[in-house]
Design a protein. Structure first.
Length: 175
């Protein structure tokens, strides 16, 4: 569990209202789903979108949650989120933190919200004794790639993401 104060305000430039980061709460599921829809539109992947509050809720707040989320709030509105979960490295023999998605509303970009979310996630990974903090980025999203590199991330050019999903997964599993 993180020992940092998740409600500590982050002070952006004076001309914008401040924002705060905090762990997502049950009341945030709807706004997070809305932000996931915006992310899918940005990535031109709405044809893959199946998320609803009802489908997401048990995975964040059910009996056996498999993911966590942080939200950034400004003027009482959820303006960004980061959804993450624990993975495991056999080489390190340690768990890691995997960031599935990070999204900041376009009007909130450039205020340090994304940087604050990444920094908080890095702190959580370190506090939990994790060996890695990882995520993927689309190869065409040059702004995000530059941002992540400025934050200290290195791109892994020798690795490719493999995926089996949907009907392919059902067939692969022999169902």
């Amino acid at each position: 569990m993180s020992t940092s104060d998740p409600a500590a305000p982050v002070v952006p430039p004076a001309e914008t209202p401040p924002f705060s980061l905090r762990p997502a709460e049950l009341r945030d599921v709807g706004p997070i789903v809305g932000l996931i829809r915006e992310l899918a539109e940005f990535e031109q992947l709405t044809h893959l979108l199946q998320v609803t509050p009802e489908k997401l809720r048990p995975h964040l707040f059910g009996e056996k949650p498999v993911a966590e989320a942080l939200v950034a709030e400004s003027a009482g509105e959820v303006v960004a989120f980061a959804l993450f979960f624990t993975n495991f490295s056999t080489f390190l023999a340690q768990p890691g933190l995997y960031l599935e998605d990070l999204y900041v509303k376009p009007g909130q970009r450039g205020r340090g919200v994304g940087e604050a979310l990444l920094t908080r996630l890095g702190r959580i990974a370190a506090e939990r004794g994790y060996g890695r903090f990882e995520w993927c980025v689309l190869d065409w999203n040059e702004n995000a790639i530059r941002f992540y590199q400025r934050m200290g991330a290195t791109m892994q050019p020798d690795w490719r993401l493999c995926r089996i999903s949907g009907e392919g997964l059902a067939g692969f599993a022999g169902s």
